[in-house]
Write a protein that binds this ligand. Structure first.
Ligand SMILES: [Zn+2]
Ligand SMILES: [Zn+2]
Length: 275
């Protein structure tokens, strides 16, 4: 039997087989295909399997939809919960703020009673609630201000007295930290920055004191042995160190010759005025 052409097409989910044969062969062909029990059985199995596959696909599709719905629900629940929590936090914060403000009004009742302009104001620096004017204006009615940086520019803004004093105290501390004692000038100065010491050493005041000190040094370049013991003692009595002890101890008990030697040794360290 000749099969000229064979086409399998899926129609309404069922595989249909189309064949082109000689018309005389029709009965033979039918005998070969549909009427064979085995063939029918395999066809049945195939259909069943296909249906199972289709069911499986359908199940997966439904499962996917359900899972997505569940995820969406969870997302929504999470979002709702977050909003709930945030609302609760906000309410707590608002209550806390209210309480702080009420306490302040109670604590500073006198200020509020005597000043119609009194109000609670937030300090932008420490973010604390304080009382205007007592915490924001000084005795001259001027605002306490503090510097801050914005866009690389130094700006001034109103702040509370504590923030103001805080800065002042830090400035004081820094002044103390950066205080340098100059031996030539016999005084302390504030050295902010690396070049401050060089700047001081080049200053007119320092140069002048340096000249005086140089002059004092040359003054001591006299021959000590030509001086009387009394004069030597006078010099020694003026040579106190920073610890307030004498540079040459027991100078009154030392023999002149030895004292002169000691004085020459301490020559560099001597700071005194002969006249
Ligand atoms: Zn403040
Ligand atoms: Zn100096």
């Amino acid at each position: 039997m000749n099969v000229y052409k064979k086409v399998i097409e899926l129609i309404d989910g069922v595989e249909k087989e189309f064949v082109m044969i000689d018309i005389d062969e029709y009965n033979n062909y039918m005998l070969l295909t549909c009427c064979s029990y085995e063939k029918l059985q395999t066809k049945k199995d195939m259909i069943q399997k296909r249906e199972e596959r289709q069911q499986e696909t359908e199940n997966k599709r439904v499962e996917g939809i359900l899972k997505k719905e569940q995820r969406d629900q969870e997302k929504e629940d999470k979002y709702k919960k977050a909003i709930e929590v945030q609302t609760m936090i906000n309410r707590h914060q608002n209550e806390a703020k209210k309480k702080i403000k009420e306490d302040l009004k109670q604590d500073y009742k006198e200020v509020f009673d005597n000043n119609p302009n009194a109000k609670i104001q937030k300090c932008e620096f420490c973010t604390n609630y304080r009382i205007f004017p007592i915490h924001f204006l000084n005795d001259d009615g001027k605002k306490y201000t503090r510097q801050y940086n914005k866009d690389n520019k130094r700006k001034n803004a109103s702040c509370c007295v504590d923030c103001f004093l805080d800065v002042e105290q830090k400035k004081e501390e820094r002044k103390k930290e950066c205080s340098v004692y100059c031996n030539i000038c016999k005084s302390s100065y504030i050295a902010f920055g690396e070049n401050a010491i060089v700047k001081h050493n080049n200053s007119t005041k320092h140069q002048k004191n340096m000249n005086i000190s140089q002059f004092e040094k040359t003054k001591t370049q006299i021959k000590l042995e030509l001086l009387s013991v009394k004069e030597l003692h006078l010099i020694c009595s003026k040579t106190l160190t920073e610890q307030k002890t004498y540079l040459i101890c027991n100078y009154t008990k030392t023999k002149k010759e030895e004292l002169v030697k000691k004085m020459y040794n301490s020559y560099e360290k001597l700071v005194f005025d002969l006249y």
